[in-house]
Design a protein around this ligand. Structure first.
Ligand SMILES: Nc1nc2c(ncn2[C@@H]2O[C@H](COP(=O)(O)OP(=O)(O)OP(=O)(O)O)[C@@H](O)[C@H]2O)c(=O)[nH]1
Ligand SMILES: [Mg+2]
Length: 320
């Protein structure tokens, strides 16, 4: 049928910090999901839909073709104890299980994690198995930072991962190779009508996006000092005028000492954080944002299933 396109779900999976969320932001050309230099930034599945034209078609089918790739960004898979880490790992493995295509992203600069053997280790074996059960594309990311000579053996090592696998070198940061990568993914998607309307980019609410971007700014501002167990909750959300939003948000930490770090001397930290987050959230949502930030201590929240659910990790209606 003429209105059939390559359409389906692609789960972006991999170890923490390989650049999954950076890649999704690059593909959608907007700041939808949180990115940071700290591993385990993404905590939940996030849908980002890219509807586009492939000018040269896909392999074996030349000519322009329509495509709609519904990407699911997932938390980096890694061993770890506690309900939050378990929740994150389950979210990634479930997304790989539900997808039409799995995009396994590898950090080509990570000497230990960049070879296929890494997927045989206990903490990643379930992800390796879920990925092999699907058509798979391997993206070797961060190639802007490795010498070309190192790339060839890496491509060869992954070429044998599963039958018919495509291995594509990319840089999510510069955009190099991203069009090739999308072409390889689209070529593995079934033909059919689009799954989503052309305007839909994500199923996440503006509140969720704001919450994620405030958490991202927290990571940027605090770096190594940041407590792992911090969460952001939106408490108030008022449309003051068209294009103008007032947001009240709470940063939840687990101890008074962590609160002191986030607030800073005479409130200096949280003030700077508020300024950076206001700009970043405004950019992401395309609005002028007024932001009030508070810090709250909720002891041991990352260990309790009930508190996790209250902060949006788990339960129904939160995944894609
Ligand atoms: N040089 C370089 N750095 C990159 C590239 N892609 C991502 N990064 C950096 O890698 C770090 C991790 O990026 P993220 O996109 O947060 O990685 P992630 O895989 O989503 O991480 P988790 O959500 O924690 O699993 C950030 O500091 C990015 O700026 C790339 O192509 N080149
Ligand atoms: Mg991420």
């Amino acid at each position: 049928m003429a209105d059939e396109i390559h359409a389906g779900f692609c789960a972006i999976v991999g170890l923490p910090n390989v650049g999954k969320s950076t890649l999704l932001n690059r593909i959608l050309d907007r700041h939808l999901v949180a990115v940071s230099a700290k591993p385990q930034t993404t905590r939940d599945r996030i849908l980002g839909v890219h509807t586009f034209e492939l000018p040269d078609g896909v392999a074996g089918e030349p000519g322009p073709r329509g495509a709609q790739i519904a990407y699911v960004d997932t938390p980096g898979v890694q061993d770890g104890r506690g309900p939050l880490r378990r929740y994150m790992r389950d979210a990634a493995i479930a997304a790989a299980g539900d997808a039409d295509v799995v995009l396994m992203l590898i950090d080509a600069t990570d000497r230990r994690g960049r070879l296929p053997e890494r997927l045989a280790e206990a903490d990643t074996a379930a992800l390796g198995a879920a990925s092999r059960a699907h058509p798979i594309v391997i993206g070797l990311n961060k190639v802007d930072r490795i010498p070309k000579l190192e790339l060839l053996p890496l491509i060869q090592a992954w070429a044998g991962f599963s039958p018919g696998v495509d291995v594509v070198p990319v840089s999510a940061m510069t955009g190099d190779g991203v069009a090739e990568l999308e072409r390889a993914i689209a070529g593995r998607l079934p033909m059919g009508p689009p799954l989503f309307g052309p305007e839909l980019v994500t199923d996440r609410s503006p509140q969720f996006i704001a919450q994620e971007i405030i958490r991202e700014q927290l990571y940027h501002q605090l770096g190594k000092e940041l407590p792992y167990a911090c969460a952001v909750q939106i408490e108030t959300w008022t449309e003051k005028a068209p294009g103008e939003l007032a947001i009240g948000a709470v940063i939840v930490v687990e101890r008074d000492s962590q609160k002191a770090i986030v607030v800073g001397k005479a409130g200096s930290r949280i003030r700077e954080l508020g300024i950076a987050a206001r700009h970043a959230v405004g950019d992401a949502l395309g609005k002028t944002v007024h932001l009030s930030l508070f810090v709250k201590v909720l002891s041991e929240w990352s260990r309790g299933e009930a508190a996790l659910r209250r902060l949006g990790y788990g339960g129904t209606g939160n995944g894609v």
